[in-house]
Write a protein that binds this ligand. Structure first.
Ligand code: PGA
Length: 262
């Protein structure tokens, strides 16, 4: 079972997530970070930038691999995840642009691009810490329900609910892409450490299903129950449907990690 940390609010949950990223970078300045997009991550990246500045922390040795990218959008498209990541993070830190990796949404052969991306992650040594959000339907990356738990980076059709949720990032006259290239569930599970961050009441059902339901393709995030080093950071709203909430809070009051001292 993952470590479940319930924070009072979304700001505190994002702050705890940013702190874990910083702790890793302090101990391993050349870490490989698996990054995610989505509204939930905006606060994490804002805090990461601010705190890294305060600590004079360099990202010059860091490599990053994003989970996914829309098919059909070139890197410069305002809604591409490449542009989003530049705006939210890359433009504000000293990470080397050549060390920031996302699948190429405008590749002429997306299936080949998926294979290239998967192989590149392995060739560059894999991912030390993968950051994840969770979709309303329990997706991680763009692995929608029914995704194989053994899947690798590939083309995925987006669920209607995902397209509706992502509509808010596009202008009214723009079409929301229907397909994406996404790391697979097995790709994600190979990360040495995983942090899933979920905030807000709209995520409460997905969080409960992922953490307390059966491990099933109907909720891709439930696979984290099998990961040896997964931490799920939530705010009280996202935790509101957890049956064992009291128990999790008794182990980690206020979302703090408490260790036994012999
Ligand atoms: P959100 O997306 O942070 O915008 O809610 C999360 C996700 O779909 O993985």
């Amino acid at each position: 079972m993952a470590t479940i940390l319930i924070h009072h609010d979304a700001v505190s949950a994002a702050s705890a997530t940013a702190k874990r990223l910083l702790d890793l970078l302090v101990s391993k300045p050349d870490a490989s970070l698996g990054l995610a997009t989505g509204g939930t991550m905006e606060q994490v990246y804002a805090q990461l930038i601010e705190r890294a500045r305060g600590m004079n922390l360099s990202f010059a040795g860091v490599k990053s691999f994003n989970l996914d990218e829309y098919i059909g959008l070139n890197a410069d498209h305002p809604q591409s995840y490449r542009t989003t990541m530049s705006k939210l993070l890359f433009d504000h830190i000293d990470i080397k642009p050549e060390n920031t990796h996302l699948p190429r949404g405008d590749a002429s052969d997306p299936a080949e691009e998926a294979k290239r991306y998967e192989a590149m992650i392995a060739e560059l040594g894999g991912i030390d810490l993968q950051l994840l959000g969770i979709g309303l339907n329990g997706h991680i990356g763009f692995n929608e329900p029914s995704s194989s738990l053994g899947s690798r980076t590939r083309i995925k059709k987006l669920a209607r609910s995902t397209m509706a949720a992502n509509r808010r990032f596009f202008k009214p006259d723009e079409t929301v892409p229907t397909h994406a290239l996404t790391m697979g569930i097995a790709t994600i599970m190979q990360a040495r450490k995983i942090i899933l961050l979920a905030t807000g009441a709209s995520k409460a059902d997905a969080v409960a299903k992922a953490l307390e339901g059966p491990v099933s393709t109907s909720c891709p995030a439930s696979i984290l129950q099998f990961h040896p080093d997964a931490t799920v950071i939530v705010d009280e709203d996202a935790a509101s449907k957890l049956e064992l909430r009291d128990f999790y809070e008794s182990i980690h009051p206020g979302g703090e990690e408490v260790y036994f001292v012999k």
